[in-house]
Write a protein that binds this ligand. Structure first.
Ligand code: NAP
Length: 259
């Protein structure tokens, strides 16, 4: 299917590796003009080179921290009028809420709630004026089924989810959609960190914890980041104009509910 995105402009945040990079790769395959963002410039440049070699579309890079006003200014300077915005950042650390101070909560909120809201605020009116906009927020399966040790993520991302539920309805008539993509267990560095945290907290070897989670998943495997990127590209497509305000879980069927 041609997603009719050729020549559209996109900002993809936190895109030097993992899920963000897979979204950038899938959009580059569709001929989207990309600005990709992450903090470490060398890793980001490598990602841009990989995307260019694979797709023939060379992204521009902005080495910036999405949680800072300065970082967001640099991103918007490079791409002031995006048609597509993919919000993403690192996930907060695992732990016990008894050990978290206000500062820990503020950091989680900055990464996983407030930075996406600030970037939507800066770009959405232009999308409305041009009558095309696709915003995808990468959140987590933890929004639908909380993960005990990821309390900072459960809390901050739920705040974003609630906010988006209201905003998405107000922009839909202008062909500006906002959806959240909820990854389950995808084979990335973040997953490795979380598996290690789970192994440490349950005092079990990490390979036991890993095999157990794979065995519990209906697909008997972790997700491939490119499967995530393809869904993201579809949500950005012209054809997805009638989908908005949705929380789309991609978890191999791990969530056991009927809905
Ligand atoms: P990852 O492999 O660790 O990649 C994280 C990316 O984010 C890197 O490119 C990193 O580059 C960038 N980044 C982090 N903080 C940033 C910031 N403040 N500003 C700009 N870039 C930033 O993680 P992932 O697995 O792709 O996960 C992406 C998101 O999905 C995370 O929020 C994660 O918690 C969530 N998630 C993932 C899974 C999973 O199974 N993988 C499951 C549920 C939720 P720099 O460090 O160079 O900035």
């Amino acid at each position: 299917m041609d997603f009719r995105l050729r020549g559209r402009k996109a900002i993809v945040c936190a895109a030097s590796q993992g899920l963000g990079k897979s979204c950038a790769m899938a959009l580059a395959h569709e001929g989207v003009d990309l600005v990709i963002v992450a903090r470490r410039e060398a890793v980001l440049q490598q990602a841009a080179d990989d995307i260019a070699a694979t797709t023939g579309t060379k992204p521009r890079i902005v080495a910036a921290d999405v949680t800072t006003a300065e970082g967001r200014r640099a991103i918007l300077q490079a791409c002031p009028d995006p048609d597509i915005l993919i919000n993403n950042a690192g996930g907060p650390p695992a732990g016990d809420f008894r050990n978290w101070e206000r500062e820990d909560w503020i950091k989680a909120l900055d990464s996983n709630m407030l930075a996406p809201i600030e970037l939507m605020k800066a770009t959405i009116d232009g999308m409305i004026a041009r009558r095309f906009g696709r915003i995808v927020n990468i959140t987590s399966h933890a929004v639908k089924a909380p993960v005990g040790m990821l309390g900072l993520s459960n809390g901050a991302r739920s705040g974003l989810t609630g906010f988006v539920a209201g905003l998405a309805r107000s922009t839909a008539s202008h062909n500006v959609t906002i959806n959240n993509l909820l990854p389950g267990t995808f084979d990335t560095d973040r997953l490795k960190t979380n598996l290690q945290a789970l192994a440490n907290s349950t005092k079990r070897p990490v390979d036991h914890v890993t095999s157990e989670i794979i065995a519990e998943n209906p697909t008997k495997r972790f997700g491939h980041p490119d499967e995530f990127g393809s869904t993201c590209a579809f949500l950005c497509s012209a054809q997805a104009a009638y989908m908005t305000g949705q929380n789309i879980l991609i978890d191999g069927g791990a969530y056991p509910g009927t809905f």
